[in-house]
Design a binder for this molecule. Structure first.
Ligand code: PGA
Length: 248
């Protein structure tokens, strides 16, 4: 059975004062030993977050594809690792939207992260217009095809299906639609990397809250959640971690 994974994504939120939230998040993680809990934080908070709670997996929200060089404003995988990150998100919807990143960019970033020993959370998901046009399945299959590294392995890569219209909107797909999309993602992974895909975790992301987390995680092939807004406070995030806990 795949271990469940609950990952927070603080995006461009928080500061040193917010790090106290990690105390409650770590406590919730301690009460759910069968769940892998992690939080991706703004780069400025990676080192202090890691120093505050060394046992909690702290991640970056993005890395550059190159190891070093003339890339003003960017951070390499080695840099965020040195700061204390153990993983990074790549291909997030907001990077695809705001920074016009492509699936090929996500592929290059995932490879760079793996080269430096970081875990990778690779995000895919369709736009509302693509879903309306009946293209959601093909879009997600193509994103996986173009962004999954050839040597992707469950030990270091987690896929996150995040319909882009569900992120930060309070809207979620139906449970049937989540089941369909996760089954399609699983099949695509299996086609590309074989049976190791059965061990890979596929997270759902997009407006996950304490109210819907248990229902969503009960869906086949949903192995946890990538959580934005509801990960910013322990009060909202801890119940989601608890919902992932399968019991003693
Ligand atoms: P949300 O964000 O939970 O605020 O919808 C999810 C994400 O972007 O990972």
């Amino acid at each position: 059975m795949r271990r469940r994974s609950i990952v927070g994504n603080w995006k461009m939120n928080g500061g040193l004062a917010t790090l106290a939230e990690l105390d409650g998040i770590a406590a919730a993680a301690g009460a759910a030993p069968d769940v892998d809990v992690a939080v991706a934080v703004p780069a400025t908070l990676i080192a202090p977050a890691h120093a505050r709670i060394p046992t909690l997996a702290i991640g970056a929200e993005d890395v550059h594809e190159a190891d070093h060089g003339a890339h003003t404003g960017c951070l390499s995988a080695a840099m965020v690792k040195e700061a204390g990150a153990s993983f990074t998100i790549v291909g997030h919807s907001e990077r695809r939207g705001d920074q016009h990143e492509t699936s090929h960019d996500a592929f290059m970033k995932a490879a760079a992260a793996h080269r430096h020993g970081l875990g990778v959370i690779l995000c895919v998901g369709e736009l509302q217009a693509e879903r309306d046009a009946g293209r959601a399945e093909r879009v997600v299959q193509a994103q996986i095809e173009k962004s999954l590294p050839d040597d992707a392995h469950a030990d270091w890569l987690t896929l996150a299906y995040e319909p882009r219209w569900a992120i930060g909107t309070g809207r979620t797909p139906t449970l049937d639609d989540i089941a369909t999309m996760h089954a399609i993602a699983r099949a695509k992974l299996r086609q590309m990397v074989g049976d190791t895909a059965l061990a890979m975790r596929i997270l759902y992301g997009g407006s996950v809250t304490a109210d819907n987390a248990a229902r969503i995680m009960a869906v086949d092939n949903v192995d946890g959640a990538l959580v934005g807004g509801a990960s910013l406070t322990a009060a909202k995030f801890a119940p989601i971690i608890a919902a992932a806990h399968r019991g003693a």
